[in-house]
Design a protein around this ligand. Structure first.
Ligand code: ZN
Length: 455
């Protein structure tokens, strides 16, 4: 048989199994065979992967495409993803109006510009969204929906989000539970308590990063995790809690999982909570929701990664420029770009610094996000018949992070100047090499949309 692509001489990273030497052959965009090393088969192109590790293509479950440069983000940010070894991303579309036109314009832009595969999560916040929820699933294959408990009142108005209360949260969970394959993603922070603390800090004249972080303490995250799990269990809704940031929230999460064993729960954290704490020197650059916390929280998150309590890593990529991260802490933009550094941070800080096994990194960054989001029968593992999505990694490669090389519309990185060890050297999406040696090698439009059909 003539294959399209043969990757020879590498070490395969197999989630749940460990490492194995093997060659991978791809035909028609799918993994056609996994062969013993030194296979003598013919392929149109052969890549020598000696000394490299072959991960299943990285799946980033949490991005905000569009918050940087509007629809043009589909070009720049999927290129940035490819540079970071990411082969699939899911992004949150946000609007207070019907999502039909929003989906249409994002699909059109992505079909023109994207170099990796992609899916959408929607953010229900208005009556029209609950009324249209079933059609989002049946017509577009969108089965995951996010609710921001922190966007009450006018808090999310700057993103076009209509404020909604706990009654809406409950109705949303009930509606998502009824959808085949439905998944509720929730941002847990009790904003009413935050408002009170924020007022007090502002009245005291505070304007620094720790003030922002003190206005959103761990217990507002923990209490909201607990409340949301109780509601989700009541209506039997699979629940994916985004960006865990504190030991307190993890404690409530563990307790909730024990209390409601029949409900599928997923827990996510982000690289920045594993690497950064509430350091005043970061200034407004370090502003994010939920906020950066203490070294003890960072340690608890690493422990939860090792123990299996945390299932997925999402970048929470926000591609706004550096200029928006200056001035008063109360006005600066929240969030960071992170698509291109997600895998290098996990390799450098996880594998090299802490001995996190490579197959556990593959599970956290590919297998579990794909399963949680309903594409786990074609992405996230090196299996024959599945999509030919691979990330080739050089564990010994050391590079200093330079945001100018990361391809994003945003012109900075939280890791600027960090020396990271372990970098992707090739990114392959459905059998096509879309990144090689730090250069994007695909035309816009190679990426395809991933409808979910209730798997
Ligand atoms: Zn986010």
């Amino acid at each position: 048989m003539q294959y399209d692509l043969l990757i020879q001489g590498g070490t395969l990273v197999l989630p749940g199994e460990g490492l194995a030497a093997g060659d991978i052959a791809i035909a028609d965009g799918r993994i056609a065979a996994i062969l013993a090393p030194g296979s003598r088969v013919s392929a149109e192109r052969t890549l020598d992967a000696s000394g490299l590790h072959i991960f299943p293509g990285i799946v980033d479950p949490h991005t905000h495409i569009g918050l940087g440069n509007g629809l043009a983000d589909w070009g720049s940010e999927t290129r940035s993803a490819a540079l970071g070894g990411v082969t699939t991303l899911f992004t949150y579309l946000m609007s207070g109006e019907s999502y039909f036109p929003v989906i249409a314009e994002n699909l059109a832009a992505a079909q023109r510009e994207a170099v990796i595969d992609y899916g959408f999560h929607l953010v229900p916040c208005s009556e029209v969204h609950l009324a249209e929820l079933e059609r989002y699933a049946s017509e577009f294959g969108v089965t995951s929906f996010k609710f921001f408990t922190s966007f009450r009142g006018d808090e999310g108005a700057y993103l076009g989000i209509t404020g909604a209360d706990d009654g809406y949260l409950f109705r949303y969970l009930r509606a998502v539970a009824r959808l085949p394959g439905g998944l509720a993603c929730v941002h847990p922070e009790n904003i009413e308590v935050v408002w009170q603390l924020r007022r007090e800090l502002q009245e005291a004249g505070r304007d620094d990063l720790p003030a922002w972080n003190e206005s959103r303490p761990d217990f507002v995250e923990a209490e909201c995790v607990s409340r949301t799990m109780i509601y989700a269990a009541q209506v039997g809704c699979p629940l994916y809690l985004v960006h865990f940031s504190s030991a307190a929230a993890l404690r409530e999460y563990r307790a909730g999982k024990e209390r409601f064993p029949g409900v599928p729960f997923w827990g996510e954290t982000c690289p920045h909570y594993l690497t950064h704490t509430s350091d005043p020197a970061l200034g407004p650059l370090g502003k994010v929701n939920p906020p950066l916390r203490s070294p003890a929280d960072t340690e608890a998150l690493w422990q939860a990664i090792f123990s299996g309590l945390i299932d997925t890593i999402g970048s929470d990529h926000v591609p706004r420029p550096r200029a928006r991260k200056t001035g008063s802490i109360w006005k600066a933009s929240a969030g960071f770009p992170g698509l291109a550094t997600l895998l290098p941070v996990m390799l450098s800080e996880g594998y090299h610094q802490r001995g996190l096994p490579l197959d556990r990194i593959a599970e956290l960054c590919a297998t579990n996000p794909a399963r949680a989001l309903g594409v786990g029968r074609r992405k996230g593992c090196l299996h024959v018949g599945w999509d030919g999505d691979l990330t080739l990694v050089d564990l010994a490669a050391e590079r200093t992070v330079d945001s100018a090389q990361l391809g994003s519309f945003s012109d900075y990185s939280l890791y600027e100047g960090w020396r990271l060890r372990g970098w992707p050297v090739a990114t392959i999406v459905r059998g096509k090499v879309v990144m090689e040696e730090g250069a994007v090698a695909a035309e816009g439009g190679w990426g395809t949309y991933l409808p979910r059909r209730g798997e």
